[in-house]
Design a protein around this ligand. Structure first.
Ligand code: 26V
Length: 801
């Protein structure tokens, strides 16, 4: 479209819609009209993509995820359509600023953290690599809570993200399906010698899909993300005149569970899981039936991927439909189901492993319950002769009154993967070893990835421009091409430009910190970043203790030549996770003390941003010098902020955990700051029970001093929290070994200081991190999923947009 046409259309569309001129409109309205115009381009490609899939009967993958964290979509859609610059120009002519309009969009927080963001990076990569793929999830009425700090404490406010509607969604009422809950189920023998399944007194809920286009990167592909909303069935309004029943239905898709650390057996959560699993599977079945193919070909046309165990009920739901509605035999249905479904594990934390009380499943989903029991019975009967009772019973789905979702996911699928090499190894050798013995061929690794389009091209336009002028633009399509940048590590001019880019990004963050938090930051300081959910295993506390240590040192001897640093935190704590909230309060109290201490000046500053999410990540990551990846080895399945920060030139201070290990392998030990115990050492401590935190407290003078400062009133306003943290670390012998890694951590941080003082060396390290980040593109991750798990071939695209 010509810029002139764009302007004309924009003016007209605005008036047609609002009956006043765009200059009189609000930013939200101005954005809405732009989005309408973008959608009309997208929709054409959307239809064409669908027609192609149907005509070719392409195999499609359906990525089931309880969470998606897409971030704002305007700029990413424009970038992927290849019209970002043109639209920016056109808007400028109209006197509008693209950045302003982009910011008027809400950032949908339909997820908790890494798992949800991964799902969205994957959606972008699935479309961009030309894979026929769809997302399937829940349209939560309220997303993850909005975080506020009141006197340093986290306060949670509802996130009404749909207040102004959602410009990108299309409600597809004609694609709605019914999901049944509760009631009684009877198997009635029929004349054919099998049985009919008769339901009585079920609560029927209408699942209405809202589709969101997923635009591929300049390849003409538009895939679908389908989010389901629970509604009262048409014609059933009579039945639902009871306020209570209406409320019950509405509640199903009302809120996202704000907890990614503890599994807390909520009936409502089980309803959510079945709701979107069933709705998704039903719509897949309907799609498949259009082709009129034999059921045996179902796995040749459909792959169902379950993102963690939350959508595991897909397995018995697919069985139910094949058995009860399509009248397949058990063996046929089971073969099809296993061949269709694959599963990714995202955590080894026992408290996050889903287990449902047997009675709850029986009451809520009587038919699904019967099917799970039968899957379990057959599994046990088949495996005992091969593996003996002990091992087999350890793999049971139903045990001690509980239903173990991971066990069901493994038994009912053909592939189980971890999300980084180390994590997959731990799954095979320890957490899921019993299953690995039974099904070694099912296990594989798929190291996570991130989309360079959002995390570099959009978040860091200045670095993008520098890369483009230095190594060309092929890397936009093939991210390993970033390695060409390595050739410039001794080029003084490029290094200088890299420094300027970083400084500009730091200025942008500094402006935000000043406006939002009233903190003045010097861009001469090193920006040290830890952004992730707050959890004891991620050890934000280790970071905080290091800051406190530096503070105490500087108070004692102001002449110490520490590199001035800004410590940036972004983290939400689950509302029920009181220890995590205490850590937030403690860090905020530390910030208040340090930021206002005249003796300290610019040597130390702390910014704990409020309401961390995708949009803030886009601002913080390009400004980072240091990436804190300091979880206890063996606990962080992968991490993905580590990849985003590396891509933007931050140097990792990290343990050998999750994908850190692979990052270090690619970037080289000389460009990665390793510290702390490795997984083997941690395991050894767990085995021999030798960890003695009190001993470290009593014998290490630095630990002693910093821990005393927690309880002697040094940090005003955090006495209670200080004591709680002290107790958790010392009295209760902290299971995440913070004190054990403390010494190694502060030594490494001193090395970081020294390296940063040698700016040329530092910039070379930074450049090497950028140049080696290509392999962590989600495009490659997705191509491996497609090739090795889903057996789907990418469409090469037509570039003819
Ligand atoms: C568990 C639960 C339990 C019930 C309430 C809601 C809820 C939501 C999520 C979870 C599981 C969280 C697992 C998770 O987010 N894992 C993270 O996955 C990332 C992507 O693979 C990975 O990079 C992180 O290391 C891993 O912690």
């Amino acid at each position: 479209m010509q810029v002139k046409d764009f302007e004309k259309q924009y003016r007209k569309k605005f008036i047609d819609t609002f009956a006043y001129t765009y200059q009189e409109g609000s930013k939200v309205e101005q954005l809405a009209i732009l989005a309408e115009m973008v959608k009309s381009i997208i929709n054409e490609n959307w239809i064409a993509t669908n027609q192609r899939y149907q005509a070719n009967q392409d195999k499609q993958v359906f990525y089931f995820s309880m969470e998606f964290l897409p971030g704002r979509m305007l700029k990413s859609n424009l970038l992927n359509l290849g019209i970002l610059q043109d639209v920016e120009k056109g808007l400028k002519e109209l006197g509008l600023d693209l950045e302003d309009l982009a910011k008027a969009e809400v950032d949908p927080a339909l997820g908790n953290g890494g798992l949800g963001r991964l799902a969205s990076c994957f959606m972008d990569s699935i479309a961009s690599t030309g894979i026929a793929g769809n997302g399937n999830g829940i349209r939560y009425r309220y997303g993850l809570f909005k975080q506020k700090f009141v006197d340093g404490y986290q306060v949670e406010l509802p996130e009404n993200w749909l207040r102004n509607g959602n410009i990108w969604e299309v409600r597809k009422e004609n694609k709605a399906v019914t999901v049944r809950f509760g009631g009684d189920v009877q198997l009635v023998p029929n004349v054919g010698g099998s049985f009919d399944v008769v339901y009585k007194d079920t609560l029927n809920i209408l699942a209405v899909p809202y589709d969101v286009a997923q635009v591929g990167y300049q390849n003409g592909v538009v895939n679908n993300l389908r989010l389901w909303s629970a509604e009262i069935p048409y014609g059933d309004e009579e039945r639902f005149n009871l306020e209570k029943e209406r409320e019950e239905i509405k509640k199903i898709t009302e809120v996202l569970y704000p907890d990614d650390s503890n599994y807390d057996g909520q009936l409502l959560r089980l309803k959510q899981e079945y709701f979107f699993s069933s709705a998704g599977v039903q719509s897949i079945i309907r799609y498949f039936k259009k082709f009129d193919l034999p059921w045996s070909q179902f796995p040749d046309k459909i792959a169902i991927h379950i993102n963690d165990t939350h959508p595991t009920l897909c397995i018995p739901e697919l069985m139910r439909i094949l058995l009860d509605e399509e009248k397949l035999s058990w063996d046929q249905a089971w073969e099809i189901t296993k061949k269709t479904v694959s599963y990714t594990n995202h955590t080894i934390l026992q408290e996050a492993m889903e287990r449902w009380p047997q009675d709850m499943v029986k009451t809520l989903l009587p038919r699904i319950y019967q099917i799970i029991l039968e899957i379990n019975r057959r599994h046990i009967a088949k495996k005992i002769p091969l593996y003996g009772e002990e091992l087999t019973y350890r793999t049971a789905i139903v045990s001690q009154g509980q239903i173990k979702m991971a066990n069901l996911a493994i038994i009912g699928s053909h592939s189980i993967n971890g999300v980084a090499k180390l994590h997959s190894d731990i799954l095979m050798e320890s957490t899921l070893n019993d299953f690995y013995i039974m099904y070694p061929q099912k296990f594989n690794n798929k190291t996570n990835g991130i989309t360079q389009r959002r995390w570099l091209q959009l978040a860091n336009p200045e670095l993008t421009a520098l890369l483009d002028e230095t190594i060309g633009t092929e890397w936009h399509f093939n991210h390993t091409e970033l390695k060409l940048f390595k050739a410039y590590q001794n080029n003084a001019e490029v290094l200088e430009k890299l420094a300027v880019v970083k400084r500009h990004n730091k200025e942008k963050f500094a402006a935000y910190a000043l406006e939002k938090h009233g903190v003045v930051l010097s861009t001469d300081a090193l920006f040290d970043v830890q952004i992730k959910r707050l959890h004891a295993y991620k050890r934000q506390l280790l970071n905080a203790l290091h800051i406190l240590h530096r503070y105490l040192e500087l108070k004692e001897d102001p002449t110490i030549a520490y590199q001035p640093r800004v410590f940036i935190f972004g983290a939400k704590a689950a509302p029920s996770y009181s220890y995590a909230k205490s850590i937030i309060k403690f860090i905020n109290a530390l910030a208040t003390m340090i930021n206002n201490d005249k003796d300290i000046e610019d040597k130390l500053k702390i910014v704990f941003v409020e309401n961390y999410g995708v949009s803030l990540a886009e601002l913080i990551i390009p400004a980072a010098d240091v990436s804190e990846q300091i979880s206890l080895a063996g606990k962080e399945a992968s991490g993905t902020s580590n990849m985003k920060l590396m891509l933007n030139g931050a140097i990792t201070v990290g343990t050998l955990d999750g994908a850190n290990v692979e990052i270090r392998d690619y970037v080289g030990t000389e460009n990665f700051m390793t510290f702390g115990m490795d997984n083997e050492e941690v395991e050894e401590f767990y085995r021999n029970g030798n960890y003695n935190a009190r001993h470290i407290y009593e014998t290490n003078p630095r630990v002693h001093r910093v821990l005393n400062a927690l309880i002697d009133g040094t940090v005003p306003g955090a006495n209670g929290e200080g004591q709680e943290i002290f107790d958790s670390l010392v009295t209760y012998n902290d299971e995440y070994f913070v004190l054990k890694d403390f010494e190694s951590y502060i030594t490494t941080q001193l090395e970081v200081d020294a390296l940063y003082k040698d700016q040329v060396k530092w910039l070379q390290m930074s450049l090497n991190n950028i140049a080696n980040a290509g392999p962590f593109s989600a495009d490659y991750t997705i191509l491996r999923y497609a090739d090795e798990i889903w057996k789907i071939h990418p469409y090469k695209g037509d570039h003819s947009l």
